[in-house]
Ligand binder design. Sequence first.
Ligand code: GLU
Length: 422
Amino acid sequence: MAEAKSPAPIAHRPSPNDSLMARFNEAADLINLDQRYRDVISAPERVIIVHLPVKLDDGTTRVFEGYRVIHSTVMGPSKGGIRYAPFVDLDEVKALAGWMTFKCALVGLPYGGAKGGITLNPKIRSTDELERITRAYTRMLKDVFGEDSDIPAPDMGTSGREMAWIFHEYSRIYGYTPGVVTGKPLHLGGSKGRVPATGWGVMLSTMLGMQKLGLKPESSTVAIQGFGNVGSWAAKLLDDQGLKIIAVSDHTGGHYDPTGINIREAVKWLKKNGTLEGFEGTRISNEELLALDVDILVPAALENVITEENAANVRAKLIVEGANGPVSSNADHILDGNGVVIIPDILANAGGVVVSYFEWVQNRRGHYYSEEEIRDKTAPILTEAFDRVWATHEKYGCTLRIAAYIEAMQRLATGIDLEGNF
Ligand code: GLU
């Protein structure tokens, strides 16, 4: 029997790929981008659908559908995570792959962009089942993955555990190849600082954005939607900077405390119980969290949680996108009209892929850095990208998002020209 797809959550609509293309076209129009670049950038290089027959623990066989979209290899081997969620579909994976191309180009990594996904609910699968599914997916894509061709990493629903299985399965076929995948556990060639990297980049972007807006850490309040790897690390690191986190949430709902949430307790609660359900604070819905009167809002869960339907309710001055695509393209215009500044996903959450790049470099050199060295190498990359995006936003009088797309597109266009493949 094939694994059933659950309907995408309401928050998942409209199509993430439409949102990506709308921004892309807006940025391309602003700089009069030649049609030939538009054609190359708007069509993914390869779209792969796989069907994985896997034996379940009860002895029955189920066929899981998976994807790998290689959006672009113009700037180097394609790079991007693998998502396990019941609503994963091709449209979403295509958009996520495109965002990886833009993200890597924006921060200047020698990578193109890709994304993978398997339609499954990891919460109802045993560890053994997940291992069999992950190994089957790796075998099916053994000719696609490669340290010089396509390099996966964790994303929603996956972590170092799945990366270890991919690394091991691939190395069984081709011999020891740690650089084929990043986000591995430390003991298997992972990098120090990779687990907190995305949340750390979100923190850094928030601090840079606050400086520009004249917001002071000690008097700023934050609401964070999503308490997975990105949201929980962003919460902890922003708390360390002295900001007051007054609301957090996960898929079970939100917790609000105007005097400040105890983030360390929230992390402990999550580790013990698996979700935030039952944690302290007034219960609020995820929708209410987005409309809280805070200075900074960090959506770090799903795509399209802020759409034209609820954008007008947002009261934050600054949105920092921990998730990929949390604001739909229609919502962008409403937020901009209301003076809300957005630090876009491809900039705000790029810390993860930057540290992935350093993991890959370490694997290939067989020489490993301390956590401090990783941070010292990552911070200037993100800060420089932020400054460039800010300057472009001022130059064109456009949003930071469109400025980030312009920056990324200009690099891609140069790469396309230099390759000379026309
Ligand atoms: N999945 C992460 C992202 O969306 C990380 C990708 C990577 O490290 O390759 O940026």
